[in-house]
Design a protein around this ligand. Structure first.
Ligand code: AMP
Length: 351
């Protein structure tokens, strides 16, 4: 156990790191951020930071020697550079599985989960064969380093295979059959060091251009019916990985049951609503878990909670957002806008 007063090392300096650092501070911990940039949303609220590249194993080792436990806020951390001792949570095996879509889908299928139909693609010939197998439309996704719909190409017509292969940079990929779904949702759980697991309400997610727009809890319709099955799978995944911390699994709710999309071995955008909408937030429980503390209740605090992301210029609407006194506004302190950049979010709890 790491008692309050200890130092938590966080790899990654974005908004997830920022909200983790704030939750850690509330419990009396200090945070030390490891990130390549000279500034960022997390460094502004942390006691210390190291600016270095994730694959610089000497810098990572020095950082790890200055903290009591290491965690991470994004899954593209270089596993080979992680300190080899057991103070990294979630465990490196979770990163290895989540970093590669092929490994991830195979792993989840072995545990009885149902991913979208998929075929491994290493060349244009493979892609053409996969399209014959799965049919079009289908989605080509790079195995590694994809997020928010990046590294993906939708293929409506097999004649466009070559253009799709070029557009993802000819990288090792998987072709996924298109899933017909009614709703998208995520299961977010936290597993403590003693193996105790808590789960928040399944949350329904609506996307705009492949990026999360709105999360709603509790969910309705098919999601409500399929949450127990999806939740049980997420727990089997956590168990199999000896997981410690918050794990997010995304699903499609289909007429044939929940279809697994992907997992994130970290706190997740679709869990931001838990800051005001649940007794204990995903950020606080992640800190509690990796420090070996008992986990807090995940119960909803209202009838309904909605979280909307503020992308790009959306954040300029803060005066209007604050004009509604029941809105909780979170701005991440980022400068420089891209239209799809996550600048903040707003949560509303309906009591
Ligand atoms: P991903 O980065 O894999 O989560 O994909 C981003 C979004 O694209 C998802 O949230 C879905 O809305 C959509 N999508 C991804 N894969 C599929 C699929 N196999 N079938 C249908 N829609 C998909």
């Amino acid at each position: 156990m790491i008692p309050p007063g200890g130092t938590i090392g966080i790899m990654g300096g974005g908004q997830l790191g920022r909200m983790l650092a704030i939750a850690a501070a509330n419990l009396g911990y200090r945070t030390h951020i490891f990130a390549p940039g000279m500034s960022g949303p997390a460094t502004e609220v942390a006691a210390r930071w190291t600016h270095s590249n994730y694959d610089d194993s000497a810098a990572v080792a020095s950082f790890a020697s200055q903290v009591d436990v290491v965690t991470y806020e994004f899954e593209n951390v270089d596993v080979a550079a992680l300190p080899a001792h057991n103070c990294v949570f979630p465990p490196a095996q979770a990163l290895e599985v989540a970093q590669d879509r092929l490994t991830e889908k195979t792993f989840v299928a072995q545990l009885g989960g149902r991913p979208a139909p998929f075929v491994k693609v290493d060349s244009l010939d493979d892609l053409r064969a996969a399209l014959r197998d799965l049919g079009a439309p289908a989605i080509l996704k790079t195995r590694r380093f994809g997020y928010d719909g990046k590294g993906q190409a939708r293929i409506e017509d097999p004649a466009r295979a070559s253009a799709a292969w070029l557009s993802i940079g000819q990288k090792p990929a998987v072709l996924e059959g298109m899933v017909r779904f009614d709703q998208e949702f995520s299961i977010i759980l936290c597993r403590g060091m003693d193996g105790n697991v808590v789960r928040w309400d399944a949350v329904e997610n609506q996307h705009r251009d492949g990026i999360l727009d709105l999360s709603i809890a509790p969910s309705s319709g098919l999601v409500l019916e399929q949450a127990a099955e999806a939740g049980a799978l997420a727990e089997r995944i956590a168990e199999a990985l000896g997981y410690v911390g918050v794990l997010a699994c995304e699903f499609f709710a289909t007429s044939e049951g929940p279809v697994f999309n992907e997992m994130a071995p970290r706190v997740h955008n679709s869990g931001h609503w838990t800051i005001e909408g649940a007794v204990t937030s995903q950020f606080e429980n992640h800190i509690r878990a990796i420090c070996g503390l008992p986990l807090g209740s995940t119960a909803l605090v209202g009838q309904r909670v909605e979280m909307r992301n503020l992308l790009g210029a959306d954040a300029e609407q803060w005066p209007t957002i604050l004009a509604d006194p029941t809105n909780h506004l979170h701005l991440y302190g980022k400068s420089g806008q891209r239209p799809d950049r996550k600048m903040g979010h707003v949560t509303k709890v309906f009591l």
